[in-house]
Design a protein around this ligand. Sequence first.
Ligand SMILES: [Zn+2]
Length: 276
Amino acid sequence: MKSPLEQTPARAACEYVPVPAFEDNYIWVVSDGCNAVAVDPGDAAPVRACLAKRGWRLVAILLTHHHKDHVGGVADLLADAQVPVYGPAGEALGPLDPFVTRVKGGDAVHLDAPALDFTVIDVPGHTRGHIAYFQPADSTGTPHVFCGDTLFACGCGRLFEGTPAQMLASLDALAALPGNTHVHCAHEYTLSNIRFALACDPANAALHDWSREAAALRERGVPTLPTTIAHERAVNPFLRAGDTAVQAALTEALHETVPDRLAAFSLMREWKNRFR
Ligand SMILES: [Zn+2]
């Protein structure tokens, strides 16, 4: 039997820190105030700086997909400390392969410290084997999701390896998470995504409000993330492909018929690629 002192203390809330990297990436670092997990460390230097500044120790790495700006710092971080790395079962990670524990949709990832439990969700589309890590509840009851380059604030990832139908299904899976889920996206694309969203959904009052709020945040150099699932359902045109107002705006702007939400999604994704 454990003595009272050995029993697990009440869980303090973890900190979720967006560490800026490259032009506009965020490497999310989650810590209990002592031990830390890095999600998609594309570069080791900003992660090392974040850990050193706060006196945190890296204990695990989570990877959502194989792109270099998400995995490029892993080898250097492993040279500092040999920590477990979790990554997508369906993607090759080159020289990292021997160090990665492969996970796929439905798998559980458990970490002791920080005390974190994730369910893996398959979200193909941006890449073929892209995964997301869903934490059903932190110590305060708030859910979190780390979705890499699948769902962005007011946008979604480009389709490099998947089909529009795959990406739409992946976004549907994320949109079905609890509304209060904090969404930790991997890029600060929000302002340019909002400009596009306004073209797709010009009469959306919540979107206009968010446009002003997000601009004010960026003006002060503050991240626009995390967003929440409920907020994205309200303002993200890629989650609103079934909305008749969005479909009407697409018909008007692109002079295309929009028979269903998959067609609306495909047209939007295509339009976004060339939108300036
Ligand atoms: Zn990517």
